[in-house]
Design a protein around this ligand. Structure first.
Ligand code: PRT
Ligand code: ZN
Length: 285
């Protein structure tokens, strides 16, 4: 069939960012998520709105072809899917935490403890790797309260800011994995599904590149141009245009968000003036 079925979280921490990314890829779809499915208006994708825990299984079972899910859920549920793109949102970590008063020395301190978690598979392989045996108590939610109600002596759960741990009197002692949203695919997609996926990946790459770069324009005296060109990595090399004022030029380039402030400081030192920084809508490399 010439449609790619894309599973996204129906409502939760992944949904808004997933749908925002799809929109930035120029794909339009019905805005009200009233049903389980929706067909995009202008791209051969059908959305399936699901609970995040069900996404890896539905993709494996061919109910969906690709899906957007947190790596934490992916690793807990299955390992037969291909991560085709890291998406950079819904970042968090899966950690082990113990009550503040617990005298934690190292991972061996977990030996023989009762640990509550919604991630029994990841936790058990982590403990095995470190030669620790502990009792894993699987619970589906509110894991952080388990120690205070006497259900467990430690927990293994998702941490983002850490404030939930603090408010439950817990301390993070081991980080098992760092997670972000990923686009996953079945390895056995048909040729036409692969083609649609490649088109989608091309658009996602353009959106990601645009979001992590800024367009920069500046003026500089001609004698400073060479120095400034060396400071501007750019996509190929900067555009240099003469200004109406003799002896001056305008330079245009692209700067990565990560080294943005450092580059600006260096440019000013090298003689750049009137620096303008503009967001990029899409960037095709
Ligand atoms: O209903 P459905 O099953 O679809 O959703 P859900 O309730 O199971 O998941 P949801 O929407 O809460 O999270 C979806 C995904 O977002 C997770 O699988 C993670 O990949 C990612 N994510 C990012 C998080 C968090 N940040 C997060 N902070 N998932 C959960 N939390 C919870 C965590 O469980 C803990 O209770 O937030 C609390 C900790 O937050 P801090 O900021 O206090 O540390
Ligand atoms: Zn869930």
């Amino acid at each position: 069939m010439n449609t790619l079925k894309l599973a996204v979280q129906k409502s939760g921490r992944l949904s808004d960012s997933s749908l925002k990314l799809i929109k930035e890829c120029g794909i339009t779809f019905p805005t009200r998520i009233a049903s389980l499915k929706a067909q995009a208006f202008n791209f051969p994708v059908e959305f399936l709105y699901l609970r995040d825990d069900d996404i890896p299984g539905y993709v494996s079972d061919q109910v969906a072809d690709v899906g957007i899910v947190g790596e934490n859920v992916l690793l807990e549920k299955t390992n037969d899917l291909e991560v085709v793109k890291r998406l950079g949102f819904s970042k968090c970590r899966l950690s082990i935490a113990v009550p503040r008063e617990f005298d934690y020395q190292n991972i061996q301190s977990l030996e023989g403890l009762n640990i509550a978690t919604s991630y029994p598979n990841i936790l058990s392989s982590f403990l095995n790797t470190h030669g620790v045996s502990a009792d894993i108590h699987e619970i589906s939610g509110s894991v952080e309260i388990a120690p205070s109600i006497g259900l467990a002596e430690a927990i293994c759960d998702i941490v983002s800011t850490g404030s939930t741990l603090v408010s439950n009197g817990l301390t993070e002692v081991e980080i098992i994995l760092k997670s972000e949203a990923v686009l996953v695919a079945r390895p056995d997609l048909t040729g036409s599904q692969r083609k649609i996926l490649d088109r989608l990946l091309f658009r996602i790459s353009a959106v990601q590149a645009a979001n992590s770069n800024k367009y920069i324009l500046l003026n500089a005296p001609n004698e400073a141009i060479q120095k400034i060109i060396e400071l501007l990595p750019g996509m190929r090399s900067p555009t240099v245009l003469p200004l109406a004022q003799e002896g001056w030029s305008s330079l245009h380039s692209v700067v990565n968000e990560d080294d943005f402030w450092e580059v600006i400081e260096n440019l000013r030192e090298a003689g750049a003036e009137g620096i303008l920084v503009i967001p990029i809508e899409k960037m095709v490399l």
